[in-house]
Design a protein around this ligand. Structure first.
Ligand SMILES: NC(=O)c1ccc[n+]([C@@H]2O[C@H](COP(=O)([O-])OP(=O)(O)OC[C@H]3O[C@@H](n4cnc5c(N)ncnc54)[C@H](OP(=O)(O)O)[C@@H]3O)[C@@H](O)[C@H]2O)c1
Length: 291
């Protein structure tokens, strides 16, 4: 058993993944755009993640664009059978790093082929449809047409499993009438808890919830209660934030991002941290769960 597997595994359809995963987004340039700052360091982090037992890597061809997928391929291809690479489609980047919707059937097909080519695979393990009605938060809107287009690509054998990103409960329900949804990826962390109720309902259905920005993303998590809890536990604030997510619900899968092997190891070490009821209650005061 590796340290990573102490946090357990979760079934994404036919793929078993470690609950402690790795998010590759920030390996591209600033704001996930442009070339990697330190290519060798990025390749080392990706190799270290897999060597230390992580079997879930989150990516997209719109990071760079193409940069993170090409790094993953260079570092890890040919892939171990146990590795699951989860990618996203539904957006494209402008030349100024801006984000745009790319969800017509033709755009989705082209994105799937970009991911296949850049990752060097014949079939994508999991593809999340990233909903872009609002870049920063889920927003109601019909997803039938793009999801039907993705399900067709799944029927053609190009995609094993489909997930959704940045979605509402209504969109998940709509998605599930079109195809099986194995995971939902949205912003959630100690301080941003809009999906509290959703996480619990997905847990009952056996669907994974994968919080993005688990450490606050571009604005690191900071709170007195978090610093105090870290002191009490003899851990870092980041380890406490990750341990809190692992304890929050069994269907939560972690994909913290880092460009440093040391940080990767610190993040992995959070699987050894057990937060007491008293610490959990203090940490719960940081966010305001949506009732
Ligand atoms: N679906 C979506 O719309 C969406 C949106 C955003 C992100 N994502 C996915 O979610 C993943 C995670 O998000 P993220 O990487 O943006 O944010 P994050 O995991 O919340 O935070 C990453 C930041 O934390 C720092 N960090 C990580 N471990 C650390 C440690 N032990 N000590 C100190 N600093 C540490 C990293 O800096 P260092 O490099 O210096 O360690 C990096 O700046 C991404 O990789 C991506 O795959 C999805």
């Amino acid at each position: 058993m590796t340290e990573v597997t102490r946090a357990g595994t979760f079934q994404l359809g036919s793929r078993s993944v470690t609950r402690m995963g790795y998010g590759a987004m920030q390996l591209a340039g600033p704001h996930a755009f442009g070339p990697v700052k330190d290519r060798n360091a990025a390749l080392s982090v990706l190799r270290a993640a897999v060597e230390r037992g992580i079997t879930h890597i989150d990516t997209s061809d719109f990071y760079g664009p193409h940069v993170t997928n090409q790094l993953i391929r260079e570092a890890l291809h040919p892939y171990s059978d146990s590795l699951t690479i989860v990618t996203k489609v539904g957006a494209r980047r402008g030349n100024d790093a801006s984000w745009h919707v790319a969800s017509t059937a033709a755009e989705l097909e082209s994105a799937v082929h970009d991911n296949l080519r850049n990752l060097g695979v014949d079939v994508l393990d999991v593809v999340n449809f990233r909903v872009m009605f609002n870049l920063a938060a889920p927003c109601e809107g019909d997803i039938e047409a793009p999801l039907t287009a993705l399900a067709r690509l799944q029927d053609k054998g190009l995609i094993r499993h489909i997930g959704l990103s940045n979605v509402t409960e209504k969109q998940i329900a709509q998605g599930r009438t079109i195809t099986d949804i194995v995971c939902v990826q949205s912003m959630f962390n100690l301080a941003y808890r809009h999906d509290d109720a959703l996480i619990d309902s997905l847990a009952k259905e056996g669907i994974a919830y994968v919080p993005y920005f688990p450490l606050g993303g571009f604005s690191p998590l900071q709170a007195d209660a978090l610093s105090h809890a870290a002191e009490q536990c003899g851990a870092t604030t980041i380890q406490v934030a990750l341990a809190w997510l692992l304890q929050r619900a069994p269907n939560i899968l972690l994909i913290p991002g880092t460009s440093s092997v040391d940080h990767l190891q610190q993040n992995i070490n959070s699987v050894n941290l057990h937060l007491s009821a008293e610490v959990l209650s203090a940490l719960d005061s940081i966010g305001s769960p949506k009732k």
